[in-house]
Design a protein around this ligand. Structure first.
Ligand SMILES: O=C(CO)COP(=O)(O)O
Length: 298
């Protein structure tokens, strides 16, 4: 992705000024407080912490073999769901060498049943090689490849129908944030998923502001929390309170070993989708283990 303009300084995107769309409704805050009083303090959602590594179009047989060895040797907290997403052609290699502690995801899937679709991979084929997850709606597929909301929603529905779980990505462009459209964009992308999804149990939502992806310009914990809380409230209003509290909403965009703990402490951040830092085993392990920061915050 192109580097974010220098105007993306933290002073420019201050926690409150950054999103000029309406603040999270008071009602939601009350809802979170109730949950706090009941059982969970630092996690508004009730699901397990979730960390995904999106390897994108990176790696060779040799580098992936080294990364898998690092992951196999790492000590990982037990109460975290961990998934890695290698390029399609290495999924089988990873499945055959990676510890069963970590599940494997694809980075894309065809919209329906396989057949005469040159270059595509079907959900049935993912199931055939034991790949349980797929990332859909990633900004690189939206903005570089040109996938639209409806196409992505239908892909999600078909993958779920074949028992492939979905990491559903949403997030605004820099110009959309600067125009105060962050919530509008995220809610529109959420609606497209919701129009196609009936079973949310196998869906994890990844909020990945496009200006933070691969740029080193991570959202502040406050900026991420603000959008996560709004998305959770959107689920509460438009799907159900149960889905809102059980669906993991993870953050992606320049997450690394140094910034993960502060992000993890935020109550609506239920984990991470990591790009560059997931290519380094020890750093990825640190990000997985940032669940301990959440527990301390609780
Ligand atoms: O796109 C991402 C994960 O899907 C994030 O990428 P980076 O962590 O490299 O910014």
């Amino acid at each position: 992705m192109a580097a974010a303009p220098s105007s993306l300084a933290s002073s420019h995107l201050s926690p409150i000024a950054a999103v000029s769309t309406p603040a999270v409704p008071h009602q939601l805050r009350i809802g979170c407080s109730r949950r706090r009083a009941g059982r969970i303090v630092a996690m508004a959602g009730s699901g397990k912490f979730f960390v995904g590594g999106n390897w994108k179009c990176n790696g060779t047989k040799d580098s992936i073999s080294k990364l898998v060895s690092e992951l196999n040797a790492a000590t990982l907290e037990t109460d975290v769901d961990v998934v890695v997403a290698p390029p399609f052609i290495y999924i089988d290699q990873v499945k055959n060498s990676l510890t069963g502690r970590i599940e494997v995801s694809a980075q894309n899937v065809w919209i329906g049943k396989g057949g005469a679709y040159t270059g595509e991979i079907s959900a049935e084929q993912l199931v055939d090689i034991g790949c349980q997850w797929v990332i859909l709606g990633h900004s690189e597929r939206r903005h570089i490849i040109g996938e639209n909301d409806e196409f992505i929603g239908k892909k999600a529905a078909y993958a779920l129908s074949q028992n492939v779980k979905v990491i559903a990505c949403i997030g605004e462009l820099l110009e959309e944030r600067e125009a105060g459209k962050t919530f509008d964009v995220c809610f529109r992308q959420m609606k497209a998923f919701a129009d196609s999804i009936s079973n949310w149990a196998d869906v994890v939502i990844a909020y990945e502001p496009v200006w933070a992806i691969g740029t080193g310009k991570v959202a502040t914990p406050e900026q991420a929390q603000e959008v996560h809380a709004a998305v959770r409230n959107w689920l509460k209003t438009n799907i159900s309170p149960d889905v809102a509290s059980s669906t993991r909403i993870i953050y992606g965009g320049s997450v690394n070993a140094a910034n993960c703990a502060e992000l993890a402490k935020k109550e609506d951040i239920d984990g991470f989708l990591v790009g560059g830092a997931s290519l380094k085993g020890p750093d990825f392990a640190t990000i997985i283990n940032s669940v301990t920061a959440k527990k301390v915050a609780a």
